[in-house]
Structure formats: structure tokens, C-alpha cells
Ligand binder design. Structure first.
Ligand code: HEC
Length: 137
């Protein structure tokens, strides 16, 4: 077999392995950009503002946890789909009760942005500190 055919086979095997974990193609692409330590892209910064308005009173000012769990830790465990599900429908568990947000248009429309900010926290790209909005975009 020609070498490049073998390489193609290896490449498709790798794709299948990823397929088994249902990783989307963009899985390794961060949904945020952090520059100069604490400057977020415009969408993630909007996510922070939404977070501060609707989530911080239970999950801590920067997601570090309070009556609700530490979301920087959670987002390293739960999938994006689980995050969306929980935000939409709420969750009652061993820690307490998280309200459903499906009737809140701002939260529902801002879910991607909320996720981006919290993912930046989960990845340690931004710390337990007040983010700024990047001047670049
Ligand atoms: C009234 C308090 C409260 C508010 C406000 C709140 N939460 Fe929660 N949240 C909780 C509690 C308590 C839990 C834990 C439920 C359990 O599993 O016992 C939780 C759980 C979660 C989880 C699941 C974490 C995991 O590890 O499974 C996510 C994700 C989450 N909240 C996101 C949000 C977001 C985003 C917002 C803002 C839109 C928000 N929460 C607002 C109280 C709150």
C-alpha cells in the first residue's frame, strides 16, 4: 500500500475515535479570546455581563461558587449541551435548586455568550477577576 493511503487510513481512524466521543469538529477551538491577561472579546464580555446580572448571586461574582457550585469547575465536567439544558430547564440536585431560565429571553439568547465567558474561566484563561472588554473586537 502506498504511504499516503496509509496516512489517509490513519487520519480516518483518528476521526472515528473522536466520533465515538461525539466531539464536534470545533471542539478544540476556544469560544473566547483573552488578551493582555483579562481582556475578553466582545461576545464573551457580554457573557460576563449576563452572568453578573443573572447568575452571580448564586454562583459567585466570577463563577467561583457560593450557594450554587463553582461553574469554572463544572464546565470542565459537563458538556455544552448539558450546560444549555441546565440553563433552560434548571436543576434540582444534592446542592440545591437552580431556577429554569427558559422564560428569560436575555439569558436564553445569551447562552452561547454565557458559555464562552464561563469556558474562559474553566480553562483558566481568565481568573477570579473583573474582565475588561478588549479594544480589538
Ligand atoms: C437561585 C440561585 C441560582 C441562580 C440565580 C443560578 N443558579 Fe445555577 N445552580 C444553582 C444551584 C443550587 C445549582 C446546583 C443544583 C444541584 O445540582 O444541586 C446550580 C447548578 C448549575 C449548573 C450545573 C452545574 C453542574 O456541575 O452540573 C449550571 C451549568 C448552572 N447552575 C448555571 C447557571 C447559570 C448560567 C446561571 C445564570 C443564568 C445560573 N446558574 C443561575 C443555583 C443558581
Amino acid at each position: 500500500m502506498k504511504l499516503h493511503n496509509k496516512l489517509i487510513m490513519l487520519a480516518s481512524a483518528a476521526t472515528l475515535t473522536f466520533g465515538a466521543f461525539t466531539l464536534p469538529a470545533y471542539a478544540d477551538e476556544a469560544p473566547y479570546t483573552v488578551t493582555n491577561g483579562n481582556e475578553l472579546d466582545a461576545d464573551s464580555y457580554k457573557g460576563f455581563k449576563l452572568y453578573r446580572n443573572w447568575c452571580a448571586r448564586c454562583h459567585g461574582t466570577y463563577g467561583q461558587g457560593m450557594v450554587g457550585p463553582n461553574l469554572a469547575d463544572s464546565l470542565n465536567v459537563i458538556s455544552k449541551e448539558e450546560f444549555f439544558q441546565t440553563v433552560e430547564n434548571g436543576k434540582s440536585g444534592t446542592i440545591g435548586s437552580m431556577p429554569a431560565w427558559k422564560a428569560n429571553v436575555k439569558v436564553m439568547e445569551g447562552r452561547e455568550k454565557l458559555y464562552s465567558y464561563l469556558k474562559a474561566r474553566a480553562d483558566g484563561a481568565i481568573g477570579v477577576e473583573k474582565p475588561k472588554k478588549s479594544k480589538n473586537k
